[in-house]
Write a protein that binds this ligand. Structure first.
Ligand code: CA
Length: 429
């Protein structure tokens, strides 16, 4: 297990509870209002370090060209693991107290450091493919209990494979993007035909997603013990879901329109190098997975504290509705990636793979309103008195996540999205 160098400190002021310590250094794409030019940066405290400036100054010295004066991180990620680690080590040294290069050069600081509050964040990668898994046993059990049979809540395939579906990369959006309430076919009464209506059961799903850092050739699966080498980093994901659209459409082929209007991600990709000190084991897998899913590594999960807050339009204060942890996930990211490619499916740099809703064992750790309010039978009272079973127009959903150990914090920041009213349609021609 990777250890943390506690003596490593930055010359930049960083609050003790900042997600963006010198031990983190997540990558993102940002622009300034002045020119709108997108380029790569890393978050440090409340600031962004402009990597395109460091590159121009010859301080990053990577082989193979310009990686950071780019509107996405794909080229950098595609340049390979050696470059990821080398860049991280170089930036960490430049930001440390021990190096004078940036510390004592106020001109360079002026060119390369920006307040996060003053810049706009964009999608960090061009996303060729989006996949969503269903890997929390607690979540799958809760959903199965509500909608099928409490005694057989998990379908027989669930403990044998990381179940998932191929989603839409085109509707992966960055934190801060408003979400229009979707409309579609609902079927409120079993005996009647469906109606066309705005979704009445709009929900969030608390998830993380990993970003593929190295693809494979079609026909060539990624072995489970090599899968970690194919993962660049992680983001928070709010997999917005229209429960009532989902309920009518999902038989027999699974989610379609209910999941493809907004998959909202946090703007900073936290690298697996930064998360390495927070490795932990997955829950015991029983039955033992088939050989192709059987990992040698005993610690292929991560201890990441996660939360969800709801903020109604006119509320003064957000209410925490869920606190959970990534470590409850039954299937590891390596197992997900291996299962995804086992038939020969090709994955590509920048692909995002959602974990599935991350629910813990107790009701205050459930990762969706469907579970928290138990299919609208246990509505939640928010601070200020508003009551919710699902998400209303004007509500903002905020998800946060961080790892912490020995006073060292590596966090994701947040993914934040506000719901706007449904469009009005006039189909009577
Ligand atoms: Ca999901």
């Amino acid at each position: 297990m990777s250890t943390i160098d506690k003596n490593l400190t930055s010359f930049i002021d960083i609050a003790a509870d900042s997600d963006f310590s010198i031990h983190n250094l997540p990558y993102g794409i940002f622009s300034e209002a002045a020119d709108g030019k997108r380029r790569a940066g890393v978050a440090i405290g409340e600031q962004v370090l402009d990597l395109s400036v460091l590159e121009t100054e010859g301080l990053l010295s990577l082989d193979g060209g310009s990686y950071f004066d780019q509107p996405t991180l794909n080229a950098f990620i595609d340049s390979g693991r050696n470059n990821w680690t080398k860049t991280r080590t170089t930036i960490q040294a430049l930001l440390s107290n021990a190096s004078e290069t940036l510390r004592d050069n106020t001109e360079l600081q002026k060119k390369a450091l920006f307040k996060q509050a003053d810049v706009t964040m964009h999608l960090p990668v061009q996303v060729p493919g989006f996949t969503d898994f269903y890997s929390s046993k607690e979540h799958a059990t809760n959903v199965g209990t509500m909608f099928r049979d409490p005694n057989n809540a998990l379908l027989p395939n669930w403990t044998e494979m990381p179940v998932g579906y191929n989603g839409r990369a085109s509707t992966v959006i960055v934190s801060g993007t408003d979400v229009i309430r979707p409309s579609g076919q609902l079927k409120p009464n079993a005996d009647d035909r469906p109606i066309f209506s705005p979704c009445k059961r709009l929900d969030f799903e608390l998830e993380t997603a990993f970003v593929v850092g190295k693809g494979n050739n079609i026909g060539q699966p990624i072995a489970v013990d090599e899968a970690a080498d194919h993962i660049f980093g992680m983001v928070l994901l709010n997999d917005w879901s229209a429960r009532d659209i989902q309920k009518w459409e999902y038989v027999p082929l699974g989610p379609f329109n209910a999941k493809t209007f907004a998959s909202e991600v946090s703007p900073w990709i936290v690298t697996m190098d930064a998360l390495a000190p927070f490795k932990t084991s997955c829950p015991t897998q029983e039955p033992k997975p088939l050989a192709y899913l059987n990992e040698k590594a005993a610690d292929s999960s991560f201890d990441i504290t996660l939360s969800v807050e709801l903020l109604p339009e006119n509320a003064n204060e957000a209410t925490v509705v869920c606190e959970t942890n990534f470590k409850y996930m039954y299937w590891s990211m390596a197992q997900q990636l291996t299962h995804h490619t086992i038939t020969g499916c090709k994955v590509e740099v920048g692909d995002m793979m959602g974990s599935g809703t991350i629910s813990g064992p107790t009701p205050d750790s459930y990762g969706s309103m469907l579970e928290i309010a138990w299919n609208a039978t246990k509505p939640v009272t928010l601070k200020g008195g508003e009551i919710r079973s699902f998400i209303e127009d004007g509500d903002t959903v905020i998800m946060k996540g961080y790892s912490e150990k020995d006073g060292i914090r590596v966090g994701f920041g947040e993914v934040r999205g506000k719901v706007l009213p449904a469009l009005t349609f006039d189909f009577d021609k």
